[in-house]
Design a protein around this ligand. Structure first.
Ligand code: AMP
Length: 116
């Protein structure tokens, strides 16, 4: 069920443009509009799940699929060997800005650790 006012639901419903890299019946992946690394894309579920806190045990396959899609896209983007970072922000202190679950994949440069 799309959520009014959710930018990622707007992308899913084709009301907002996105540079899509992958789509299937459960997830869509597209490039981040404000990339923090040479490769930066997001994998989102078609279901409007606001945060990790809203996941239920039945979502385990979905979350696994999100990671598999990110893994495949990282290979397609040519960054699998040098490595990449998968990030999911959850809530205020993490800096989450869009409250529709999303997996970031960042790659293409050495990434600092720990993050800020
Ligand atoms: P987060 O801080 O984890 O909620 O990250 C949200 C991400 O969504 C940020 O990296 C934004 O640059 C990205 N973003 C926001 N709006 C769009 C959009 N319309 N298309 C692509 N990426 C977006």
């Amino acid at each position: 069920m799309p959520d009014d006012g959710c930018v990622f639901c707007d992308i899913l419903e084709d009301r907002e443009e996105a540079d899509r890299l992958h789509e299937d019946d459960r997830v869509v992946a597209f490039r981040d509009i404000n990339p923090q690394a040479p490769v930066h894309f997001l994998v989102i579920p078609r279901d409007h799940i606001p945060t990790v806190n809203d996941l239920v045990p039945e979502d385990a396959d979905l979350v696994g699929h999100m990671v598999t899609v990110a893994q495949n896209l990282a290979a397609e983007q040519g960054v699998a060997d040098d490595g990449y970072r998968l990030v999911v922000n959850c809530g205020k202190d993490s800096g989450q800005e869009v409250f529709h679950l999303h997996l970031h994949c960042l790659a293409g440069r050495p990434l600092d650790w720990p993050p800020g």
